[in-house]
Design a protein around this ligand. Structure first.
Ligand SMILES: Cc1cc2nc3c(=O)[nH]c(=O)nc-3n(C[C@H](O)[C@H](O)[C@H](O)COP(=O)(O)O)c2cc1C
Length: 186
């Protein structure tokens, strides 16, 4: 099983990225293969409608690689900061890069970070119809963090809230079990 993790923050010290890095480690500890696509490091150009149905011909190598990684993944974790009570434009652009049914019969976990309040609800809920439109299944459990869930360790931040870690375990178990149920449909 391979999970593609997509990080939708361009922030230098992004908590969304730290949250997804933790999720990546938990997945790997359960012998799940992962690809971590950090949109701040592997940027995608603005989606061009002319290539919507033929991304293999796209002139940008990152786009071709991204679409291939999506094709070969069995499941996904999408992470976004809270931006204007929604999810980030950079993540929407990545999803707009994908052809129709790119997530067909695949499980998707949604996570979010906001600095002040635990308000992952808006980004995660607003991602749900987009996942459905791409023919994927967003699992019902979602994870949201706020700054208080992290501690400073040297120069870095680390996820520290045990309750959030517990929720991440539950999210991952749900993704793994849903992926195995959906396998028969693919
Ligand atoms: C464009 C933009 C819009 C934002 N909108 C909101 C908002 O509506 N509500 C809020 O509480 N925080 C908002 N924030 C703050 C971010 O949620 C916060 O900085 C968060 O830590 C960003 O996640 P990151 O650390 O993963 O980059 C916004 C930040 C930016 C840059």
């Amino acid at each position: 099983m391979q999970v593609l993790i997509i990080s939708g923050s361009l922030g230098k010290r992004s908590c969304t990225r730290i949250l997804l890095t933790y999720i990546n480690e938990v997945l790997q500890s359960k012998n799940v293969d992962t690809i971590f696509w950090d949109l701040s490091k592997r940027a995608l150009p603005m989606a061009i409608p002319e290539f919507h149905t033929r991304q293999e011909k796209h002139p940008n190598e990152n786009v071709r690689k991204f679409v291939n990684d999506v094709k070969s993944a069995d499941a996904f974790i999408l992470g976004s900061p809270l931006y204007h009570d929604s999810y980030s434009g950079v993540l929407k652009n990545a999803l707009d890069t994908l052809p129709n049914e790119a997530l067909l019969h695949k499980a998707v976990g949604l996570v979010s970070h906001s600095s002040n309040v635990r308000s992952c609800v808006a980004p995660c809920n607003q991602l749900r119809p987009v996942v459905r439109s791409l023919a994927g299944y967003a699992v019902h459990l979602q994870v949201g963090t706020t700054d208080a869930d992290y501690i400073q360790v040297g120069d870095n931040l680390m996820l520290s809230n045990p309750k959030v870690k517990e929720r991440i375990e539950m999210l991952i178990d749900e993704i793994i079990s849903m992926t195995s149920s959906l396998k028969s449909m693919n």
